[in-house]
Design a protein around this ligand. Structure first.
Ligand SMILES: C[S@@+](CC[C@H](N)C(=O)[O-])C[C@H]1O[C@@H](n2cnc3c(N)ncnc32)[C@H](O)[C@@H]1O
Length: 452
């Protein structure tokens, strides 16, 4: 449904199918005027995401939404995130009403249908007529005036048909489609974590990211960085991400008579570097990332936190760090990954990811881990982490690249993490940290600690 087929340049049958209730044909200006700003911006952003020209989160914090009122910005955000989260399920629903269900619809038509169907099925407060009529105009403005009748007719059917019943027992493929996930991905989760956990992950991915009670509530001083607070203002981050950084800080070996040398080798956008700076006061922290743009943004962010003022920055491939940077006592290798543990936050990942991609990610991660281990001082520790749920990016990487490094039991280190609730002990599985969305109330993370 997302790709335009070679033969659908002029799908004339849409013209014939246009019913009278679609209303008179409008000019482009009139059609534009009928679309409210929030829906216009949502349509533009979804078009860009579909074309691979931007990430939803960045686009929702960009120039397009700056011009909107706070209410419209909230609506545009709800529409963009909702459509991306539910796209697979919405497309399946729309296909039920297509004359040829296997047909590839042109993208502007598919997008107008998704936006309309999402509002009709998932947004109680939106009047059906607004969802329907504005979707018809979006289809027209998007360059497919020939399809407005079809969009109108299908959305009417979506609005009036009863929701398909939920089967008593669903296979992972069935709940994957109902909950807007690719079947291949959910079948892997069911194999690796069990069917119930796979279902919980899918459900969690369809909602706003939860904050899970892994940590005791912050004191006012910690949250606001009030003058005199012993630590300082806590960076805002997902609790799973915070736990990985806290674990890394807890893994720091003791050094005598010199500063602890820390390298955060995949550091941007910097949440975990901030936690390391907060917990390891006085350490020499070197933060690097291969992306100069992300590093610039990170440095600007870090300047807002006094306790991070001594952090040093560098741009470069972690596998190519110059020899004269020396060895480190603690390395955090928070590797680039598929991100399948963060689908509630990054809904479009599931629409792009292909099974073959996992092998490519795995090879890159093996290279980064092996390069990091070479830079460990004797007795030094390296924390390897990802926000992926896929073994190829986690256990398989560690088995292939750990070499002679010894695994440090994570359960012992967790005891040193400040503010952790007793339930968090259950996050250590087979000696490593593993969190699952929907099961543990935070994003999905994996972390292992290796010692030279
Ligand atoms: C998961 S993110 C890191 C998140 C970060 N640790 C945090 O908590 O904010 C992975 C980062 O690795 C960077 N990266 C990818 N390949 C790299 C490489 N070869 N060397 C160094 N950094 C790399 C990406 O630019 C990205 O910023």
């Amino acid at each position: 449904m997302s790709e335009r087929s070679k033969t659908d340049k002029a799908p004339k049958k849409f013209v014939k199918a246009r019913p009278a209730q679609a209303g008179p044909t409008l000019g482009m200006k009139q059609a534009q005027a009928k679309i409210t700003p929030a829906r216009r911006v949502a349509y533009e952003i979804l078009t860009l995401v579909g074309e691979g020209k931007g990430h939803s989160d960045e686009l929702l914090h960009g120039v397009r939404t700056d011009a909107l009122s706070p209410e419209d910005r909230n609506l545009a955000t709800a529409l963009v995130m909702g459509v991306l989260r539910w796209q697979i399920a919405l497309d399946a629903r729309v296909r039920m009403y297509l004359a040829r269900p296997d047909e590839n619809l042109p993208e502007p038509v598919a997008l107008a249908l998704r936006l309309g169907a999402f509002q009709l099925l998932h947004m109680d407060r939106i009047p059906a007529h607004a969802a329907l009529s504005e979707s018809v105009e979006m289809c027209r403005v998007g360059g497919a005036p020939y399809a407005t009748g079809m969009v109108n007719a299908i959305l009417r059917k979506v609005a009036s048909a009863a929701a398909p019943g939920k089967k008593l027992f669903e296979t992972p493929a069935a709940f994957a489609e109902r909950l807007g996930h690719p079947a291949w991905l959910v079948e892997r989760w069911a194999k690796n974590y069990g069917r119930d956990a796979a279902l919980k992950i899918c459900e969690a991915d369809q909602a706003e990211p939860a904050s899970g009670g892994l940590f005791a509530a912050l004191t006012d001083d910690e949250a606001n960085g009030a003058a005199g607070a012993a630590g300082g203002r806590m960076p805002q981050m997902d609790e799973g991400s915070r736990l990985v950084a806290e674990l890394a800080a807890a893994a720091a070996p003791a050094v005598e008579g010199r500063k602890l040398r820390v390298w955060d080798c995949c550091a941007a956008p910097g949440g975990k570097t901030l936690m390391l700076a907060l917990r390891l006061a006085g350490a020499d922290i070197f933060a690097t990332d291969v992306s100069g743009k992300r590093m610039d943004q990170m440095e600007a962010r870090m300047r807002r936190y006094g306790y991070a003022s001594e952090v040093r920055y560098g741009v470069g491939d972690a596998a190519q760090l110059p020899e004269d940077e020396g060895l480190f006592d603690l390395i955090l290798c928070d590797a680039p990954c598929s991100g399948t543990g963060t689908l509630a936050r990054n809904p479009e990942i599931r629409l792009r990811l292909q099974p073959e991609e996992l092998a490519r990610q795995s090879a890159r991660q093996r290279g980064l881990l092996a390069a990091g281990l070479k830079r460990l001082a004797p007795g030094g520790r390296l924390v390897y982490s990802t926000c992926s749920l896929e073994p190829e990016e986690n256990e398989v990487v560690v088995s292939a690249a750990a070499g002679a490094a010894v695994r440090v039991p994570v359960a012992e280190l967790m005891k040193r993490v400040p503010g952790l609730t007793p339930e968090a002990a259950g996050l250590v599985r087979e000696g490593v940290l593993r969190t699952l969305p929907g099961v543990d109330g935070c994003d999905g993370f994996y972390a292992v600690v290796l010692e030279r």
